[in-house]
Design a protein around this ligand. Structure first.
Ligand SMILES: Cc1cc2nc3c(=O)[nH]c(=O)nc-3n(C[C@H](O)[C@H](O)[C@H](O)COP(=O)(O)O)c2cc1C
Length: 217
């Protein structure tokens, strides 16, 4: 699908067809969109938990109880549910791991490139740690960027999707032992095929007028 058609026709699916499984090639494409998502100074603070089995989705659904139960059927009936998570800190170990990976991937081709990259990244991390004091918010922005890329990718591929902030992050973290791993969940995204019950498929899209959204200078 071309991009304009994709962004105009995609919608948040409110009901998935139970039992439908996405083709593996579609899943691989979505995972690639996440894996190759850009991040500020290549900080890569994201981690993704992918549920693709009834058992996995039931575990995810433990975070959609009580006030979030409106999202439970989406989690249970989707083909795949992805919890987009972030690190709880940008610690030294993680910064060293990224630098080593960049070196293995052949990013440092001239003398001093590795040191410069390390210094530049750390200056940004220090700015967010000490001056702006917003490291968690900064990391969370990178996760939402991944979500945006993921949703656009799904739209272009014709895959039905639902982003969800309506879940209990604490319950999800506990279920998957995320906090012990220095991670915490940020947002969910479910993928699959819409069912006849998906009322949103029949509603027109609503956005503020173009003139209000853009300023051309
Ligand atoms: C970050 C984010 C969180 C959202 N959380 C939920 C949610 O928990 N449950 C739900 O049904 N829709 C959720 N939505 C869907 C929005 O309500 C929807 O994107 C918006 O109304 C625009 O409609 P459209 O996606 O159909 O174009 C979420 C969307 C985003 C981007």
């Amino acid at each position: 699908m071309n991009l304009i058609d994709a962004v105009q026709t995609r919608h948040t699916v409110k009901a998935f067809e139970p039992g439908y499984s996405l083709p593996q090639a579609s899943v691989d494409a979505l995972l690639a969109a996440l894996h190759y998502s850009p991040s500020s100074v290549n900080s890569q603070p994201s981690h993704f938990v992918v549920a693709s089995t009834p058992e996995g989705r039931e575990r995810m659904a433990k975070a959609t109880q009580g006030g979030f139960s409106y999202n439970e059927p989406k989690v249970l009936n989707a083909s795949h549910v992805i919890a987009l998570c972030m690190r709880t800190d940008l610690d030294e170990g993680h910064l060293d791991t990224i630098l080593s990976q960049e070196e293995r991937d052949g990013r440092f081709q001239v003398d001093g490139a590795k040191g410069l990259q390390n210094k530049t990244r750390r200056s940004y991390v220090d700015m967010h740690r000490y001056e702006l004091r917003d490291v968690p918010q900064w990391m969370e922005k990178q996760v939402y960027l991944a979500l945006g890329g993921l949703l656009v990718s799904a739209a272009v591929l014709g895959i039905d999707a639902t982003p969800m902030e309506g879940f209990d992050s604490r319950a999800l973290d506990l279920e998957f032992g995320l906090r012990e791993r220095g991670l915490t969940s940020v947002v969910l995204a479910a993928f699959g095929r819409r069912s006849d019950q998906d009322f949103n498929a029949r509603l027109p899209k609503s956005r503020l007028p173009r003139e209000q959204v853009f300023t051309f200078v």
